[in-house]
Write a protein that binds this ligand. Sequence first.
Ligand SMILES: N[C@@H](CCC[C@H](N)C(=O)O)C(=O)O
Length: 276
Amino acid sequence: MKFSKMQGIGNDYLYFNCFEEKIENPSELAIKLSDRHFGVGSDGIILIEPSDHADCRMDIYNSDGSRAMMCGNGIRCVGKYLYERGLVRKDVLKVDTLSGVKTLFLDVKNGIVHSVKVDMGKPVFRPAEIPVIFSKETVIDEPITVDGNEYRITCVSMGNPHCILFVDDVDAVPIEKIGPELEHASIFPDRANIEFVQVLNSGEAKMRVWERGAGETWACGTGACASAISCAVNHKTGRKVKMHLKGGDLSIEWDDRTDTVFMQGPAEFVFDGTID
Ligand SMILES: N[C@@H](CCC[C@H](N)C(=O)O)C(=O)O
């Protein structure tokens, strides 16, 4: 089976061209191949599949084998893959995901995709739709207690569930301890991605992420969108925020006219491989 390893600011996945390959058990394959010691090493796998109403369909599995609805860094890589491998020859693409069809705008120079801007859709704040078990209409800067510790959280769905905490110093956060505690907290029936955000100024923030089903990753695109939105609704920044993540930067803009979130950033091939 052929695959390509790609990364979007260090968030790495193995991509399978399912126009040609047939994957029998993606969940099992994700666990096996994502292992950084006994496998190829990745944050999960992404299947690029035919779609009858978009240029392709994207299906993502985390490194623990769980399936997710959407992947912000992954979808930029899918755009680059489709264009540079000749599956499409246009710079505005539609990619179907479990959270709806997303539009991608490719920045192409001399046949190379340098960055991809994605219309990520509208953020979701209603607790039942995130999902988070909470009695209020939104979860914005609300106190919770998990394992005897108190936190203030903001919850947003960008296709998948995100829980954001503001901190003074992201580098000092014991993410390996707090991350899994919050990911598995009983208020999140489907678990959640946990973002720790340090606001730098009205247009910049630094973020670390503990991803549902993958642990700490170097970046999360949907997480960067959810974090930028949380910065804005908590009046910590404007609606245009440069997010600095462990693996690089993403530009996020939350359009006030349409309520739509745009994410822009790079996508890169690492290598192609074959597995038996
Ligand atoms: N890294 C991704 C998100 C991947 C899925 C996530 N771990 C989940 O289970 O919701 C991104 O860039 O958005």
